[in-house]
Design a protein around this ligand. Structure first.
Ligand code: ADP
Ligand code: MG
Length: 335
């Protein structure tokens, strides 16, 4: 009897020991946080992600952003946008993806009465944005380029999946493609199982879930005249913010600041507003809206934002006035 009880104790101890050793050997997969940066679309893109294999997810997201750049950049010779521009005046067959983003761009053109206009290409070239050789164009050149502007001239044949722009025109998706790339990167991260992450692409910020410690992501909006200062901190929960400013790409000539957002009606870089941050569910839409509001100016820009459910904004004018749209009050803390 005594021996049998002793044997049972030994067996129980062995079983417990086995379980402990087993648990140590079969190590539970650990969630880790990784942050990586890459230069894509002429800007530094940083992605942070937490998950079982965040590095692979981040690499896949970068690859997707590079793919988007290859399709929509007008500075890459094999892109579809380059082809549309080279074959202006002729139909060009395109993918569903190109149809969709062009459709979105044209939607925001109509909504902003042409303040956002992807046929801005020749004007952007004249001012040297994109090529790096900045100069103030002469009036003649400006007038000629203005003749090629007009989003209504962009023909989209969705059934036959083809697009045609007027001869002499050039489209430039610089005001919307980066936002779209960020949306795509977010989808790739989520499909890879990332439940907490952040994508930062030169002023465009999208977050996934909450921070690794469970708290809400809080992101700063840069002061347009002092990069060391913030004008606001915004709480982001599965939302995006996109900022357009006159302080990233500009040159100064005779004391005047000329930046890369151009009024399609005058041909000149816009004046009045110096920073626009748009908050909402999708970065492509927020990107187009930030550029549109920039051109529209404070008053008409506020009106446009207030008319759109889902999208909010923080607008700063050249006198330093800051306007925050009515739906953003709870998420924003002004500095
Ligand atoms: P960033 O690219 O610095 O984030 P934006 O999103 O405001 O800034 O986009 C500016 C870019 O959009 C310009 O570099 C140019 O390619 C293009 N662009 C400039 N003016 C307009 C406009 N009125 N409508 C549409 N696109 C524009
Ligand atoms: Mg934009």
């Amino acid at each position: 009897m005594k021996h049998r009880r002793y044997l049972i104790y030994v067996l129980i101890l062995l079983a417990i020991g086995g379980l402990v050793v087993g648990a140590i050997l079969v190590k539970r997969p650990q969630s880790v946080s990784v942050s990586k940066s890459k230069f894509i679309m002429d800007t530094v893109v940083e992605i942070r992600a937490t998950g079982l294999d965040p590095e692979a997810a981040i690499d896949a997201a970068f690859l997707e952003m590079e793919r988007v750049e290859l399709v929509f950049s007008r500075h890459l010779k094999d892109s579809i946008v380059t082809k549309i521009n080279q074959q202006a005046g002729q139909w060009v067959t395109v993918t569903e993806e190109v149809l969709a983003l062009l459709g979105k761009a044209l939607h925001y053109s109509a909504l902003s009465s042409g303040a956002f206009d992807i046929t801005i290409g020749r004007l952007v070239d004249l001012w040297g944005f994109g090529t790096g050789a900045n100069q103030v164009p002469n009036e003649m050149e400006l007038r000629q380029a203005l003749g090629s502007i007009g989003y209504r001239g962009v023909e989209v044949d969705a059934n036959a999946k083809r697009v045609m722009i007027p001869a002499g025109a050039k489209i430039d998706l610089g005001g919307i493609a980066k936002g779209y790339a960020v949306d795509q990167a977010q989808k790739v991260l989520e499909a890879a199982g990332i439940k907490s992450g952040m994508i930062y692409a030169g002023g465009d910020i999208t977050t996934i879930g909450a921070k690794p410690d469970g708290s809400t992501w809080r992101v700063g909006v840069q002061h347009p005249r002092d990069s060391a200062k913030l004008i606001a901190v915004v709480e982001l929960e599965n939302k995006t913010i996109v900022t357009s400013g006159d302080y990233e790409r500009y040159f100064i000539d005779n004391g005047i600041r000329y930046h890369h957002i151009i009024n399609p009606h005058t041909g000149y870089p816009t004046q009045g507003v110096i920073s626009v941050t748009v908050y909402g569910p999708e970065a492509a839409d927020a990107d187009a809206l930030s550029t549109a509001v920039f051109v529209l100016g404070m008053e008409r820009g506020c009106e446009l934002i207030e008319s759109l459910p889902g999208y909010e904004a923080i607008i700063v004018d050249q006198s330093g006035n800051i306007w925050v749209s009515s739906g953003l009050a709870d998420e924003v803390e002004l500095r």
